[in-house]
Design a protein around this ligand. Structure first.
Ligand code: SF4
Length: 241
């Protein structure tokens, strides 16, 4: 056992000391329960994956920027033509936000998103040699990129787990599963998940939780208490209101 409840194990060899925040203390019983939920999610959603379509790290970065407050399905409809017209980061940098807009106008906030995509790709070209950076700090310097987007890119494009993606599904499910308090904010949910879940599975688990949120865990909580992922873990339907 290291500091802050950090456990060094074969699956978590570096511990959590390199994270830019302190993880909360959790008990071994809480961690064991979280592990059982993680195993149930893996058993039920073994093929869970990022549902944004992309072929390269810069395409994933763009798709994730575009996905803010819209569906992955909507983004996947827009990106084929966008990626065809602008195959490389330098193609965006040589263009303008106004030239990107027509390709993303089916999405909400498309003017802001076009500006973010143009600015981020220009920075990738001018400051990072045309390669998407691989650190949280560098990614956060790009327009349109907050922790959630950076975690998506690092985990999926590079296999780097330095945080836990917390979208609306993961926030809701974490609370319904009893992994975070009902009144926890997004930052607190991320830190709890980092403390509770095996680090080498953070990215995989983010997809499995999102898949459960999209496919089973509806806002109304109707008829789902017997779901194999939830049964037996003291879910919201049984114990938590
Ligand atoms: S029991 Fe239903 S509402 Fe509760 S976490 Fe499971 S799927 Fe969601």
């Amino acid at each position: 056992m290291a500091t802050d409840g950090e456990v060094l194990t074969p699956e978590n060899p570096r511990g959590l000391r390199d994270l830019p925040f302190a993880v909360p203390n959790v008990t071994s019983a809480e961690r064991a329960r979280a592990r059982r939920i993680a195993d149930a999610l893996r058993a039920h959603y073994p093929d869970a994956h990022c549902e944004l379509n992309y072929r390269t790290p810069h395409e994933l970065l763009i798709a994730t920027i575009l996905s803010a407050q819209t569906t992955d399905v909507g983004v996947n409809k827009a990106t084929p033509a966008l990626f065809k017209r602008f195959p490389k980061p330098m193609d965006y940098a040589a263009s303008s936000a106004a030239e990107i807009e027509p390709f993303v106008k089916s999405l909400g906030f498309f003017r802001q998103k076009a500006k973010s995509v143009h600015s981020a790709m220009t920075d990738v070209v001018e400051r990072f040699g045309g390669e998407v950076p691989r650190t949280m700090d560098e990614l956060l310097t790009l327009r349109g990129v907050a922790r959630k987007t950076a975690n998506v890119v690092l985990g999926n494009a590079f296999g780097i787990n330095v945080g836990f993606v917390v979208d609306t599904h993961i926030e809701r499910l974490s609370k319904r599963f009893g992994l975070a308090d009902w009144d926890a904010n997004v930052q607190q949910v991320e830190r709890r998940l980092c403390a509770l879940m095996p680090r080498d599975r953070w990215c995989e688990l983010s997809h499995q939780i999102i898949w459960h949120g999209r496919r089973a865990c509806q806002a109304r909580r109707k008829g789902c208490g017997d779901h194999p992922v939830c049964r037996g873990y003291g879910t919201c339907c049984e114990l938590r209101g």
